[in-house]
Design a protein around this ligand. Structure first.
Ligand code: NAP
Ligand code: MG
Length: 401
């Protein structure tokens, strides 16, 4: 079979530990035999980030701005313990945070559904994609431990020196205080990304906040979405046969549980953090959750939602076989290849990506899977090693090509 040719390279961001091991195997066994893969390669492995003073992460993000589509392997975000483990110059920032800051994107997380692995919520038939605003609020908050009785107020000083002062609370004793913010620019780009992603995947968009209690802050999110929808997206949504729906977060939670799935649920930063873990767990496993960062200018960066699976890597380093689930990483590759095919008009590339996804799912449906999925599977299941599972996918893929 002749290999499928590409016309634009994918930005390839290599990573760390067990996922780096799987990364190479996925390329060797599942992609390169069929695709004349062209990538702009960036090694985001921790030691190379350290050697380049993290410039490689910035370069990779900027390449994504130029080429439009990237695929990223999970990477270590160094903490104190990693500083002991590796001889690092400094505790480098999370690569994902650096990339997000450059692409200014929104993260969409979607579970991979397989027959035989049923969601805890029985009426969920289709995936629920969580769109999490990835900027500000409590993640950029300022906190203060109130030491004793006193007055707290909110002060805003304009550039011209004018001040607005709002009372918060008069403390009679010890307490706690928190200051949060967001910007119109960030909320607007979040809204654009959500509307565009809904259109490109032809799914309804839900958005929820606590605007009844947070009458200025959360209400502003609601207003920004509503205005953009009316001005910019309503006609396209109607043409695509999809809808935009705002509801209070309490109501949304109840509706999500009773729904069939098959929509995008947009959430503020903290709500999205919590709800994406809940939805991932209810659908089965973090190892089956894919993630794509979409910039307001239409760049896409695909990755697995899980980390570098450190415990398995230590096992691998001792020479022991692992049973690490490659599904989310495979789907990061297929997501990127499919998007590249779509953008460049290379149907064969998109079709190959879809077949590889199908082969992965069919292999699990035949009862062949990694250890983490065995207890979730209804029916006879065999736990394979990482290599054994990838080889089984290759076999299924051959029946589809
Ligand atoms: P993790 O790598 O997601 O792994 C946590 C545990 O979940 C694993 O020990 C394993 O459980 C299970 N697991 C996750 N993915 C799996 C897979 N593909 N197959 C089988 N089991 C899987 O999270 P972590 O241990 O908290 O973080 C490890 C490193 O990853 C950290 O350095 C962190 O900074 C980094 N990280 C990176 C990203 C990213 O790049 N996007 C995201 C999160 C974390 P068992 O051990 O019980 O088998
Ligand atoms: Mg979380």
């Amino acid at each position: 079979m002749e290999k499928i040719r590409m016309s634009t390279p994918l930005v390839e961001m290599d990573g760390d530990e067990m996922t780096r091991v799987l990364w190479q195997k996925i390329k060797d066994k599942l992609i390169e035999p069929y695709v004349a893969l062209e990538t702009a390669y960036y090694d985001l492995g921790l030691m190379h980030r350290d050697e380049t003073d993290d410039q490689v992460t910035v370069d990779a993000a900027e390449a994504t701005l130029r080429y439009g589509v990237a695929v990223k392997c999970a990477t270590i975000t160094p903490n104190a313990q990693r500083m002991d483990e590796y001889p690092l110059k400094q505790m480098w920032k999370s690569p994902n945070a650096t990339i997000r800051a450059i692409l200014d994107g929104t993260v969409f997380r979607e579970p991979v559904l397989v027959n035989g692995i049923n969601p805890c919520v029985q009426n969920w038939k289709k995936p629920i994609t969580i769109a999490r605003h990835a900027y500000g609020d409590v993640y950029k908050g300022t906190e203060f431990r109130v030491p004793g009785a006193g007055d707290a107020s909110l002060v805003f000083t304009q550039e011209n020196g004018n001040q607005t002062r709002l009372p918060i609370h008069t403390f009679n004793g010890k307490g706690i205080l928190q200051g949060l913010y967001n910007t119109d620019e960030s909320i607007e780009s979040f809204a654009h990304a959500c509307f565009q992603f809904a259109l490109s995947t032809r799914q309804d968009l839900w958005f929820s906040t606590k605007d009844t209690i947070s009458k200025v802050y959360d209400h502003h999110f609601k207003d920004v979405f509503a205005a953009l929808y009316e001005e910019t997206y309503k006609t396209d949504f109607e043409k695509a046969g999809i809808s935009y729906f705002y509801t209070l977060i309490d109501d949304a939670v109840a509706r999500v549980i009773r729904s069939e799935g098959g929509f995008i649920w947009a959430l503020k930063n903290y709500d999205g953090d919590v709800m994406s873990d809940m939805v991932a767990t209810a659908f089965g496993s973090l190892a089956m959750m894919t993630s794509v960062l979409v910039s307001p200018n239409g760049q896409f960066e695909y990755e697995a939602a899980h980390g570098t699976v450190t415990r398995h890597y230590y096992q691998h380093r001792k020479g022991e076989p692992t049973s690490t689930n490659p599904v989310a990483t495979i789907f990061a590759w297929t997501g990127a290849l499919n998007k590249r095919g779509e953008l460049d008009g290379i149907t064969a590339l998109s079709q190959f990506a879809k077949k590889l996804e199908k082969a992965t799912l069919q292999t699990i449906e035949q009862g062949k899977m990694t250890k983490d999925l065995v207890p979730l599977f209804e029916g006879d299941a065999t736990a394979l090693t990482s290599d054994g599972f990838l080889d089984a996918i290759v076999e299924t893929l051959h029946t589809l090509l």
